[in-house]
Design a protein around this ligand. Structure first.
Ligand code: ASP
Length: 350
């Protein structure tokens, strides 16, 4: 690959908060400042052979770093806008993010930054930078090195020696360093010894890239509950679903249904779903199983979803499906176009 004109520009490290930059406080770990000096000090502890492979970088922190459990679609929008604004000056971007909702932000960034022509690599850590044996150093090193790879032209997640597609990633462990997985899509890359390997055939660059076509709509109207997520349980009642979907503030919903795309056999429940679809709400379904896809209608028990006009989210993660509902509902589109785009892979999310 011929080096692109921006290859010699520094990587931008954007710090948004999360455990990686936290320090102990009276109420538990909390976001802390002075991130650039702390990052550089930590990276200085790498052996020279590894330090020499790091790209040049500059650091920018958001005004108020947060624990990512407080993030909303409004934060996703703000992050994408910052990246879009700064991208031209950098060869790539590393986003330092709390792990709890990292997968949601990564998915949302992928929809907002369609047609990326350079890497946006999201990472974080299960332990603070200064904690003994912390995973933070390895994760930052990995993210920086991937952010300097011009062949990587999409939003990805670098964590525990592996590179995952951002819109396919999930946090699957609450304690282990190896906290992220990509249940329905193979790794984009991984660390092998001291090498950082990319598998180009799996990357968007060779799949469905086009010209940059960032979509940065206003998420604020949806940030306060416009899209809901409902996980079915045995015994769920139509009135319970109606209580959520019937609210006029709700414009979209993600249902997590059984196995290959089934729901309880309850005509009233199907009626509630059909009513919501009929009112123009964007209602989609995924499986509660972490692996595999759904095919509503394969079993008679899934026919209700088809009849009610519920969209199949195929093998998408909950994070990717919900962030896509938010994104499409924020765009000025008519209902048919929204439904069509939901079923179309935009950034390798399905
Ligand atoms: N609660 C933290 C956060 O998401 C967890 C982490 O970063 O690992 O910000």
């Amino acid at each position: 690959m011929i080096a692109p004109p921006f290859a010699d520009r520094p990587v931008l490290v954007l710090y948004t908060g999360g455990t990686l930059g936290m320090i102990p406080s009276a109420t538990g770990l909390a976001p802390a400042g002075d991130i650039e000096a702390r990052l550089r000090r930590t990276l200085d502890s790498l052996p020279p052979s590894r330090r020499s492979r790091l790209p040049e970088f500059v650091v920018q922190a958001v005004a108020e770093p947060i624990d990512s459990s407080a993030a909303t679609p409004h934060d996703w929008q703000h992050l994408a806008a910052t990246i879009a604004d700064r991208l031209g000056q950098h060869s790539g971007i590393v986003v330092l993010h709390g792990t709890d909702t990292l997968a949601w932000s990564a998915a949302s960034l992928a929809y907002q930054l369609q047609g990326l022509d350079r890497p946006v690599v999201v990472t974080g850590a299960m332990h603070p930078l200064e904690a003994e044996g912390s995973d933070a150093l390895d994760n930052i090193e990995l993210a920086l090195r991937y952010a300097a790879r011009p062949e990587l032209q999409e939003v990805s997640v670098a964590f525990a020696g592996r590179l995952l597609r951002g819109v396919r990633a999930r946090k699957i462990h609450s304690e282990n360093d190896d906290a992220f997985a990509s249940p329905n899509y193979p790794l984009l890359g991984e660390r092998v010894g001291d090498d950082i390997v990319l598998y180009p055939g799996r990357c968007l660059e060779t799949q469905q890239r086009g010209a940059p076509r960032f979509e940065l709509p206003d998420y604020s109207p949806l940030a306060s509950g416009g899209v809901v997520r409902l996980v079915l349980w045995p015994g769920i009642q139509a009135w319970q679903v109606a209580a959520w979907l019937g609210d006029t503030r709700v414009r979209g919903a993600l249902l997590e249904v059984w196995g290959g795309g089934n729901i309880p056999s309850d005509p009233e429940l199907v009626g509630v779903l059909a009513k919501a679809s009929g009112e123009g709400k964007l209602v989609a379904a995924i499986s509660q199983c972490p692996h595999g896809s759904i095919a509503p209608g394969h079993y008679a028990a899934g026919q209700g979803l088809v009849e009610a006009g519920v969209l199949s989210a195929d093998d998408m993660t909950p994070e990717a499906a919900l962030a896509k509902l938010v994104h499409l509902l924020a765009l000025p589109l008519d209902e048919q176009e929204r439904r069509r785009l939901f079923l179309t892979p935009l950034v390798g999310e399905r």
